[in-house]
Write a protein that binds this ligand. Structure first.
Ligand code: GDP
Length: 457
């Protein structure tokens, strides 16, 4: 079936693109297109731009002036024959052109269907197809780079490496089971152990990158915590002011929780500014407080703000309690005003945590805070751009399952369990990894993955 969709974002723009893919692409294009110099599009026009008009032949009405490009498969995005029609931008033109294309034999594409076809036709493996979604959604240069790297096949290559070792092991084990008398070199437990260890190490190494990968993809979940009036909003504004590359504004700011994305030298920071945690009777406020507590649970980092110009109150002590055993940075704000307590006093209450004195209203200390966040992020061993990073939760889950299975195999090998039992774990491990690249995968999971795409991709 030949599919079509608008592939550009809908709205006012210079051009809009209608994309068609499938066997009948060329035929449909010729039904709707009338070239100025070209009688009819044919295979000779592959990958050339042709100028002309989209015409509704039923009433001979010109719909739009366009450039059209026919691309002969298999060297296309989907590996099928494709056509792209470059219309004038805006909502009306592309819509009308798409309608006409649909009327002439194409079906409206589902979200992600072009990429799904690229996968099903073997042009991309699953992890590469998923990288395409991530690229579209990337919020910083670094997360874009990581996705691009993944699209180029960096994860696929690592997974293949591990699966190759497993396959060799499985083949060797099977040969010893099936043809014990023949002249095949016997598998030894020592040899199996050595190879299983290699598999285990490689899986663990990939898994180590996952936390950092999630942060790159979704942002470092940062919660600003503090009782009312300590300067939380002022801090948020100061950070936003200094990092003008605000990537996303989340509309629909609630009464108590504001969510913003900022980009500090490539680290996406998802900042949640809470109403503070306090007991309240007000229902609306209650919702905010509950949400604040929830965001604290899920936070990668808490910035706890205290007002040094006021005595510490019960609420402050509550907050100290909450952040004590969480990854957090303490801000003592309003140092421009007379101090009511000292840094060392707070330090004695909170233990070994970074404390920064600030006056966020005048921007003092904000840079130190940003540098500290950066240092925390980069102190890990994993180099972001040079290494393959697992950014996808589904991949992480599969790697965890694979690790469990190889550990079980390793355990059996060390206990000299009969090798046909070991083989089961090895095969499971091989399957788990195959689901990352999509070599062994359920139709349902596939549908779910591709439904996350936007239409036209
Ligand atoms: P929030 O309720 O925690 O979000 O606090 P706000 O950011 O709204 O700040 C409360 C008040 O404290 C405002 O009037 C700010 O101008 C003021 N404020 C914030 N930071 C400072 C600071 O560093 N020094 C002084 N003197 N005032 C500040």
């Amino acid at each position: 079936m030949t599919i079509a969709a608008i592939s550009t974002a809908v709205g006012e723009a210079g051009i809009g693109i209608v994309r068609i893919s499938g066997k009948k692409s060329l035929e449909i294009a010729n039904k709707v297109f009338k070239g100025n110099k070209v009688e009819e599009l044919n295979e000779g026009h592959s990958k050339r731009l042709v100028y002309g008009h989209i015409v509704d032949r039923e009433n001979n009405k010109i719909i739009d002036e366009v450039l059209i490009s026919f691309m002969k498969g298999p060297h296309t995005y989907t590996r099928e024959d494709m056509v792209e029609i470059y219309c004038h931008g805006g909502i009306i033109s592309v819509r009308k052109v798409l309608d006409l294309v649909l009327k002439n034999g194409a079906r409206l594409a589902e979200p992600g269907e072009f990429t799904k076809r690229a996968f099903l036709n073997g042009r991309l493996d699953l992890s590469q197809a998923e990288a395409v979604i991530d690229m579209i959604r990337a919020k910083t240069d670094k997360s874009f780079e990581t996705s691009l790297n993944q699209l180029e096949g960096s994860i696929s290559a690592k997974i293949k490496e591990i699966r190759d070792i497993l396959l060799e092991m499985i083949a060797h084990v099977e040969a010893s089971i099936d043809f014990p008398d023949e002249d095949i070199e016997e598998v030894t437990y020592e040899d199996l152990e050595e190879r299983a260890l290699k598999v285990k190490e490689k899986i663990e190494k990939l898994l180590e990158t996952a936390d950092r990968g999630r942060i790159l993809r979704d942002g470092l979940n940062t919660v600003i915590l503090g009782k009312p009036n300590v300067g939380k909003s002022s801090l948020l504004n100061a950070i936003l002011r200094e990092n003008r590359a605000i990537v996303t504004d989340i509309p629909g700011t609630t009464r108590d929780i504001i969510e913003e994305y900022v980009n500090i030298d490539g680290i996406p920071l998802r900042i949640i500014d809470t109403a503070g945690i306090r007991k309240t009777e007000d229902i609306v406020e209650q919702i905010g407080v509950n949400r604040a507590k929830k965001s604290v649970e899920k936070a990668d980092l808490i910035i706890a703000v205290f007002d040094i110009s006021r005595e510490l109150s019960d609420e402050d002590f509550q907050i100290i309690d909450i952040v004590k055993d969480k990854k957090s940075i303490i801000l003592l704000n309003k140092i421009d005003l007379p101090n009511k307590f000292s840094k060392s006093y707070i330090q004695s209450l909170i233990g070994d945590k970074l404390i920064i004195e600030t006056s966020v209203a005048s921007g003092i200390g904000v840079e130190v805070l940003e540098k500290s966040i950066k240092d925390m992020f980069y102190s890990g061993e994993v180099e972001i751009h040079s290494d393959t990073v697992i950014t996808n939760l589904r991949h992480k889950n599969q790697l965890e399952k694979a690790l469990e299975n190889i550990n079980s195999a390793l355990n059996d090998i060390r206990n000299y369990i009969p090798i046909d039992c070991i083989e089961v774990d090895l095969k499971n491990c091989w399957d788990n990894l195959g689901e990352i690249s999509g070599e062994t995968i359920d139709e349902d999971i596939l549908d779910k993955i591709f439904s996350e795409f936007c239409i036209g991709k």
